[in-house]
Design a protein around this ligand. Structure first.
Ligand SMILES: NC(=O)c1ccc[n+]([C@@H]2O[C@H](COP(=O)([O-])OP(=O)(O)OC[C@H]3O[C@@H](n4cnc5c(N)ncnc54)[C@H](O)[C@@H]3O)[C@@H](O)[C@H]2O)c1
Length: 253
């Protein structure tokens, strides 16, 4: 098992990619700490894990709210004594160009995506430094590398996460901490479905997005969870500061 005995915090563990990652990590022997602002969703993930391994610790709250990440890290440390892996999958998009994005939406998107990544990394890195090891997996998007229309706050936030990932990798490599990002293409999750539903006529937008992938399909959350497993486990022991693109050929075009 690739994560036997490892303690893994997963933000956004209540849905989509975070949930699939939780299921994959549990199957590889990890003890999970699930974080989501939707407690019922996190509990549903925990229910799906039943029989796979130990019960996960669950924390409901907003990842962008100062103080929350510290509480999660200290309760994880109190229960398990170490933190080996952090996956920051919590995030969302609001849609909108710079003209149609409100300051409230801009701040909320940055708070969840960039703030949540920063605050959780900040909360777990001291424990990882003491251990001399740790793996952090952040979530960007193919749109941060290719660009995209009508989603300005989200795409800017994902670009910031890529830069943050690289700078953390440099700052903490000497402590045995690896920090890598995943840039998924369009993955069939509740978030993707919500983003299409924002359009007056979602079907052509959905079709165009699907066909933009060389593979002419959307990705599955489970396919991204495999990338998260690779970056969280010793299989990627010489990778840090990099971005693993899982996009069905979106960027190849
Ligand atoms: N689905 C895609 O096409 C796609 C593409 C590229 C990147 N991503 C990224 O992958 C990650 C997971 O996306 P997904 O598609 O699984 O989304 P999802 O909406 O299915 O799941 C995201 C989870 O994060 C939680 N969450 C959101 N904001 C939060 C906050 N402030 N505090 C705590 N929890 C919060 C939600 O409650 C939800 O359970 C996100 O960072 C997303 O931006 C997704």
């Amino acid at each position: 098992m690739k994560l036997a005995g490892r303690i893994a915090i997963i933000t956004g563990g209540g849905s989509g990619i975070g949930r699939a990652t939780a299921l994959r990590f549990a199957a590889e022997g990890a003890q999970l700490v699930l974080v989501d602002r939707d407690r019922a969703a996190a509990e549903e993930t925990a229910g799906l894990l039943a029989g796979t391994g130990p019960l996960p610790q669950i924390h409901a709250g907003d990842v962008g709210k100062p103080g929350f990440a510290e509480r999660v890290a200290s309760e994880a440390l109190a229960a398990f004594g170490r933190i080996d892996v952090l996956v920051t999958a919590a995030g969302f998009s609001s849609g909108g160009t710079v003209l149609t994005t409100t300051p409230e939406d801009w701040n909320a998107v940055f708070s969840a995506n960039v703030g949540g990544t920063w605050l959780f990394a900040r909360a777990v890195i001291p424990a990882m430094q003491r251990q001399g090891s740790g793996a952090i997996v952040t979530f960007a998007s193919q749109l941060a590398l290719a660009g995209g229309r009508g989603n300005s706050a989200y795409i800017a936030a994902k670009g910031a996460i890529l830069s943050l990932t690289r700078t953390m990798a440099l700052d903490f490599a000497e402590h045995g901490i690896r920090v890598n990002a995943i840039a998924p293409g369009a993955i069939d999750t509740p978030m993707l479905r919500r983003s299409f539903a924002r359009h007056a006529d979602p079907q052509p937008v959905r079709e165009a997005s699907r066909n933009r992938h060389a593979m002419k399909r959307f990705g599955r959350a489970e396919e991204v969870a495999e990338a998260a497993l690779y970056l969280a486990s010793d299989a990627s022991s010489f990778s840090t500061g990099t971005t693993l693109v899982v996009d069905g050929g979106w960027l190849a075009a």
